[in-house]
Design a protein around this ligand. Structure first.
Ligand SMILES: [Zn+2]
Length: 186
């Protein structure tokens, strides 16, 4: 089992609760397979570790049941999570960063939020960077529903415009690594 820190899940759940209701959210948990459901029925606090795959499947089911099944709702929930993580002094820190600098630092943070894999970055040119994830062949399918909006929101918090993150290669689809291509305008 590969795990992630629970803080992201808790912030996403908070967003969904604010925008829907506990009864609606219960429908999402009820729709999960038994194993996945049990991950969320335990006491979860920010420093807990959660199964990465269960978290991604929770996001997908939330989007399907509470949203339009087009990833708009979960992208908004993930952006809320990023904003929550970077408040006050941290927000000011982000404004002083270049997107390139921030992407390099976000790769360094990978192992603080995941127990598997290694992230590195490659700056291709001004306005284009790549985040590579390696050594995680069991990475869950569709994990980009979490990382794409996170990278885009981080870029926007640095003051960049038209930030787009695309998941071009994926280990879950048989590629050697996961590649996220991030482009933006200043
Ligand atoms: Zn991938």
């Amino acid at each position: 089992m590969n795990r992630i820190k629970a803080g992201a899940y808790l912030a996403v759940r908070e967003y969904l609760l604010k925008n829907t209701s506990q009864a609606q959210l219960d429908k999402v948990f009820d729709s999960l397979e038994e194993n996945d459901r049990s991950v969320f029925s335990r006491l979860v606090i920010p420093v807990s570790w959660l199964d990465h795959g269960a978290y991604i499947r929770f996001l997908l089911q939330a989007d399907k049941i509470l949203g339009k099944d087009d990833r708009t709702l979960i992208s908004a929930a993930v952006c809320y999570e990023v904003q929550k993580n970077f408040q006050g002094i941290y927000r000011i820190f982000l404004r002083l960063q270049t997107v390139e600098g921030l992407i390099v630092q976000s790769a360094n943070l990978w192992r603080q939020f995941h127990d598997t894999g290694k992230a590195t970055t490659k700056i291709i040119m001004p306005g284009e960077a790549h985040v590579l994830i390696e050594e995680y062949p069991t990475i869950p399918l569709y994990h980009e529903v979490d990382l794409n909006p996170s990278l885009e929101e981080l870029g926007r918090l640095c003051g960049a415009h038209e930030v787009v993150s695309e998941h071009t290669y994926c280990m879950a689809r048989g590629d050697n690594c996961c590649d996220f291509k991030v482009t933006w305008k200043r």
